[in-house]
Design a protein around this ligand. Sequence first.
Ligand code: PLP
Length: 405
Amino acid sequence: MNITRYRARIHLLSRRDGTATAPLSVRAAVMAHRPEIPMLCLRPAKARKAAARFVEAFPGHVLYAVKCNPDEVVLRALADGGIRHFDTASISEVRLVRRLFPDADIHFMHPVKARSAIREAYAEHGVRDFVLDSPEELAKIVEETGHARDLRLMVRLGLDKGDARLDLSGKFGAPPEAAIRLLRQCAAIARVGLSFHVGSQCCDPSAWERALALADTVVRAAGIDLEVLDVGGGFPVAYPDMHPPPLGAFVAAIRRGVARMDLPAGCVLWCEPGRALVAACQSLVVQVQARRGDMLFINDGVYGTLSDAGALGFRYPCRLIKAAGASHGALRPFGFYGPTCDSLDRMRGPFPLPDDIAEGDWIEIGQMGAYGACLRTEFNGFDRILRVEVGEPAAEYANSSHRAA
Ligand SMILES: *Cc1c(COP(=O)(O)O)cnc(C)c1O
């Protein structure tokens, strides 16, 4: 495990002692460790199953977007579930994937790369697929690979602001006219693909159909043979306030969009899911350090694992684990304060929890596998987290209308 990725000290607690003991339940892990620092609970089987489901459902290659959760245990579980392709955005991600999986296909999908990263990825890690959205980046790739003849160049098409919770269209992607020119330039020297990304946690399947209609216009105008069509990531998961349609609805929309295009017979579809593969495979146990009315001071926050609960206002399923005795409280909406001294370290939720919650109690926060631990900082000295592998049936969360599957 590359601990420096997290900019935090992480202790892996394993109950594996060579005997065939089953992993602890979350409650048992809490009682065993009585953690006063945040405790990350890993369920590798959930990542493996999510990957297997996605690989089975998607009519093409499934590239895992490594940035979403680069934990080695998670990466290995995804590989166990059938993931063979990885969407990387930095040389550290490329190195990590190559070290773990010598035979994996690694795709460099960041439209603006360091020159040294291009060089090393090509020369040392066998990367041949590079994304770009500008002629300047094309020139960099050509120069730093020594005018290689075996590249596959992916043009990233920009999309209008869409229906995703996290819109990424403002930063990357060539507008249609520029994408047409780039496709032609790339086709003159390499095999070519087209990619787009509708934005993260996109709950509307028709967003892919609209993007594919635009892609169709661009590819027809360019008049080139497309070898890869990459429909990006953004596939959503359920949160307490979001209940997206099932994966099948997204795959059906993509199939409809692709069927309307005039693609060469050999053109391969790719997608780049992150969140959809890993959200459910980790939960976070935090401890209540103080209660003031309906605000709880907890030991993790927006500079730690709960970044998206801050400014983005993500809500997560929560359940109470009492320090002593059973809870008999009715549910009441709480907000959280994180441990740092910054007043922005606040998560408004609301997070429904029993109203007898008190200092010393723990809260298990679910769906933390995506964009959670990988965003931790060591700000203000809150740099420690425990990691445990747990194995238990789906937890029932108080503010979730369904079992967290
Ligand atoms: C972040 C990202 C992804 C993964 O997005 P999810 O919403 O986690 O599925 C895929 N592709 C690109 C280009 C990205 O930037």
